[in-house]
Design a protein around this ligand. Structure first.
Ligand code: BGC
Length: 250
């Protein structure tokens, strides 16, 4: 089965049809810039354009950078505050005329990695998937089962949200060397180790592509792996989520 996966990120909104039986994209990915301020109406328009680009008529899964319960957004750390209380499913449905399914973006990346990626053979115990991008997203799996909407990018470290210190946007904003970035990330991962005693960390998001530059510098006790799908994990996981929910509905 092929469904359209969309990843709503801080700088770009990207989509691609995905063969969810194998977890592979089947076209060239299509990316449009995230509208300034990321207001609901503007984001919906972009998602409508992505669906149109692929002349899409089937189910669409959308990874969304906020807490999402029953299609409604409950937080807005890096997007416009008017998202809070907005029914994202209805809005995207109106913009695309397709059945839409919305989940947290890090949960989407986690679903892809646990099913088809580096978490596939490693699902026993607690596995933590972190997306390092504009924010930090988290997806926590216990024996392969997702605990949704965990939001551990907002753990407070040195009086600041972890994502404001250890996200990729923070690395770029502060002009950090890889050594300096590794110090910040170590501090964050040590905190996560203390709280969860995970078996494995999986790192996804924009900066996962450069993992060779900073993984060897991390001082942590838990094994850590780059996501197999790197920053494509969000699209693939969102498509998988849509396929699963859509067949459950029928
Ligand atoms: C949001 C999360 C999201 C993460 C990555 C955070 O600021 O609160 O919901 O998963 O950014 O986009």
């Amino acid at each position: 089965m092929i469904t359209l996966g969309v990843d709503f990120g801080g700088s770009g909104i990207k989509g691609c049809p995905v063969d969810v039986t194998i977890g592979e994209m089947v076209n060239e990915r299509f990316r449009l810039p995230t509208p300034e301020k990321a207001r609901p109406k503007d984001v919906a328009e972009v998602i409508g354009e992505i669906a149109q680009h692929f002349e899409w008529k089937g189910p669409i899964g959308i990874g969304f950078p906020a807490v999402i319960r029953n299609g409604i957004a409950y937080s807005a750390a890096n997007i416009h505050k008017s998202w809070i209380g907005t029914n994202a499913v209805d809005l995207f449905h109106q913009a695309t005329n397709c059945p839409t399914y919305v989940l947290n973006d890090a949960d989407a990346a986690g679903i892809a990695e646990m099913r088809f990626g580096v978490g596939k053979e490693r699902s026993a115990g607690v596995v933590i998937v972190l997306t390092l991008g504009t924010g930090i997203g988290s997806a926590i799996f216990v024996d392969g089962i997702l605990v949704p909407n965990t939001e551990f990018g907002h753990l407070v470290i040195r009086g600041k949200d972890a994502e404001a210190r250890a996200g990729d946007a923070a690395r770029q904003r502060d002009g950090l060397t890889w050594e300096e970035y590794a110090v910040r990330l170590t501090e964050y991962l040590n905190e996560m180790e203390k709280l969860f005693s995970p078996e494995l960390f999986i790192i996804s998001g924009g900066v996962s592509k450069s993992w060779e530059k900073y993984f060897p510098l991390l001082k942590i006790h838990t094994p850590i792996l780059p996501a197999r799908f790197l920053n494509r994990a969000g699209i693939i996981g969102a498509a998988m989520y849509a396929a699963e929910k859509d067949s459950a509905r029928k």
